[in-house]
Design a protein around this ligand. Structure first.
Ligand SMILES: [Zn+2]
Length: 212
């Protein structure tokens, strides 16, 4: 299904039984495993990624998350090609959603991390990548799609909350900077608060560690 640019409502339906979003492109990543017994998705982590850095489009994020990134295709790739990483979802510049890992499984997106005193955030989080770079404005279609997906996820998984949405930099300070200074947290908060079923005033607050 092709996504409309700029604010059109999309049909992103999360099936909590299978852990997949219906109708979006699916690229299954082997870089995932079971969450620890007793851990459920409680935290949403927003990332920024581009491969090579600051270049958009191309197959390279899919390739990284499926362990098929050609190390010789770009000098930067040689530095990351051996990493076994993934995220649950990527939102491309035009708002297209790609899913790599079902939401009930543990994707390997956060690395060494800590949220509210709990370490190993992969255990209890969902990773959403936005194709972008720290210092380049993200696209309107990405905010719109991210907000709708967050609303759907919070409905599908009641352990999640719109109050627990952070950036990768917030849970791995000093090690990670994404989604970066260009990410408009107030814009995302406002759009999340507008989602059906998300009551006014329950959107993510400033206590979520968003960049100042
Ligand atoms: Zn990240």
């Amino acid at each position: 299904m092709r996504r409309e640019r700029g604010g059109r409502s999309q049909d992103l339906v999360v099936d909590p039984q299978s852990g997949w979003i219906r109708g979006v492109r699916r690229v299954e990543s082997p870089n995932c495993d079971e969450r620890p017994v007793g851990d459920a998705p409680e935290l949403i982590v927003i990332h920024g990624i581009s491969l090579p850095p600051h270049e958009f489009g191309g197959p390279w994020i899919d390739r990284l998350f499926t362990n098929t990134l050609p190390a010789d295709a770009h000098p930067y790739f040689a530095t990351i090609a051996e990493r076994t990483v993934s995220s649950h979802v990527l939102i491309r510049r035009d708002g297209e959603v790609v899913q790599y890992v079902p939401f009930h499984r543990r994707a390997w997106h956060a690395g060494v991390s800590s949220y509210a005193g709990r370490t190993a955030c992969n255990d209890f989080s969902i990773g959403i990548e936005l194709e972008g770079a720290d210092d380049i404005a993200y696209e309107e279609a990405q905010y719109t799609t991210a907000a709708q997906l967050i609303g759907e996820l919070c409905r599908a998984y009641p352990t999640l909350s719109t109050r627990r949405i952070v950036g990768h930099a917030d849970i791995a300070p000093g090690r990670k900077t994404d989604p970066g200074i260009a990410f408009d947290w107030p814009r995302l908060r406002a759009l999340v608060a507008m989602q059906p079923g998300v009551a006014p005033g329950t959107g993510p607050g400033t206590a979520n560690g968003a960049p100042t």
